[in-house]
Structure formats: C-alpha cells, structure tokens
Write a protein that binds this ligand. Structure first.
Ligand SMILES: NC(=O)c1ccc[n+]([C@@H]2O[C@H](COP(=O)([O-])OP(=O)(O)OC[C@H]3O[C@@H](n4cnc5c(N)ncnc54)[C@H](OP(=O)(O)O)[C@@H]3O)[C@@H](O)[C@H]2O)c1
Length: 167
C-alpha cells in the first residue's frame, strides 16, 4: 500500500510538546486541510487526543486512530490496533490517498514500513523547546519541490515553506 505523510517541523525537526503543537500558523493549517480533505488520515492515539473534541474527527476525511488499547473508542473514527491493519481498513478507492498525520511514533512506524512514497513537510523557520521530534529521513533518493512559501505576517508569527518529497 502507498502512503503519504504530512508534518510541520521546526529547524531541529521538533513537532510537539506536552501533547500539543508548538505554534499557531493558520496558513499552514489551511494547507493541511486543503491537502488532506477527501482523503484518509491516520494518527496515533495521542495525536487524536490532542485535537480539541469539537474538531474531531477531522471533517470530510476518513479518520483512523492507532492504539494498543483494545477498549479505546474514538467517536467518528476507525480504531486499529496494528499498523498492518491499515491496508484492509483504509478505503480502497484509488482516488483517495492515505495520509499519515502523526505524531512521532506513527511517523516512525510508517517510515520504517517503507510504504511512504510522498511527504509534505512544512519547515518552520524557528527553533522551539520540544519533547517530540520527526524521525530523521535521508532525503537522497527523493525528488523535492517547494509547493508553498510564506512570510511571517500578523496572523502567522513565523515564516515557513512547504516542500513536497516524492519517490
Ligand atoms: N507538527 C506536526 O506536524 C505534528 C503532527 C502530529 C502530532 N504532533 C505532535 O506530536 C505529539 C504526539 O506524538 P507522539 O509520538 O507522542 O504520539 P502519537 O504517535 O500521536 O501516538 C502514540 C500512540 O500511538 C499508539 N501506538 C504507537 N505505536 C503503536 C503500535 N505499533 N501499535 C498500536 N498502537 C501504537 C499508542 O497508543 P496507546 O498508548 O493508546 O496504546 C501510542 O501511545 C503531540 O505533541 C502532537 O501535538 C505534531
């Protein structure tokens, strides 16, 4: 199965702290929404719980949550207990992509599976105190293009760019 991945990270690959994001960048949130809308999104239990209840499940997307807890319930989402279950539960419509949306544990499993062939990476031009980091990915062997470049403005406190990697 082919997987896409989407992540936003600081200069040191930092992605989270205290089960929350490190910044508020509405323009990047908009990019995330536009890119994933209509597709499947796959997340770890911690990421699911970090989303405010009123915003989950993420609208107009099939939401899949990974947990080892057999009793865990996520209203409006499909719960799986093993990453290998993904291929059988993700909708088999070829027009739909399956986006890995984090956090770090789930990014790690997906990357190690060798099934990720596309990554949207937002590079935020700042360093942050963090407790969760995106795994190191050797970008040789990947094609890359910049798909969005954004300067800091009154609503977005840091400049950032979004790169699309594919192979
Ligand atoms: N900047 C970004 O783009 C971005 C994106 C997403 C998340 N984040 C941030 O990342 C942080 C959360 O990341 P995280 O790494 O702590 O947690 P996570 O990956 O969201 O979730 C971890 C949980 O997934 C389940 N899990 C992990 N491996 C599993 C396996 N092999 N089989 C079954 N279940 C498995 C476990 O759930 P159980 O404990 O229930 O068994 C585990 O506790 C937060 O700070 C969040 O804000 C940032």
């Amino acid at each position: 199965m082919e997987l896409s991945l989407i992540v936003a990270m600081g200069k040191h690959r930092e992605i989270g702290k205290d089960n929350d994001l490190l910044w508020h960048l509405p323009r990047d949130m908009k990019f995330f929404k536009e890119t994933t809308l209509g597709h499947t999104v796959v997340m770890g239990r911690k990421n699911w719980e970090s989303i405010p209840e009123r915003f989950r499940p993420l609208t107009e997307r099939q939401n899949i949550v990974l947990t080892r807890n057999e009793d865990f319930e996520a209203e409006g989402a499909i719960v799986i207990h093993d990453f290998d279950e993904l291929s059988s539960v993700a909708e088999s419509n070829n027009d739909k992509k399956c986006f890995i949306i984090g956090g770090a544990q789930v990014y790690d499993i997906a990357l190690k599976s060798g099934q990720v062939n596309e990554m949207y990476v937002t590079e935020v031009d700042e360093t942050f105190e963090a407790d969760t980091y995106f795994p190191f990915v050797d970008s040789s062997g990947w094609n890359v293009e910049v798909v969005l470049e954004h300067e800091a403005d009154d609503k977005n406190p840091y400049s950032f760019r979004v790169k699309r990697f594919w192979r």
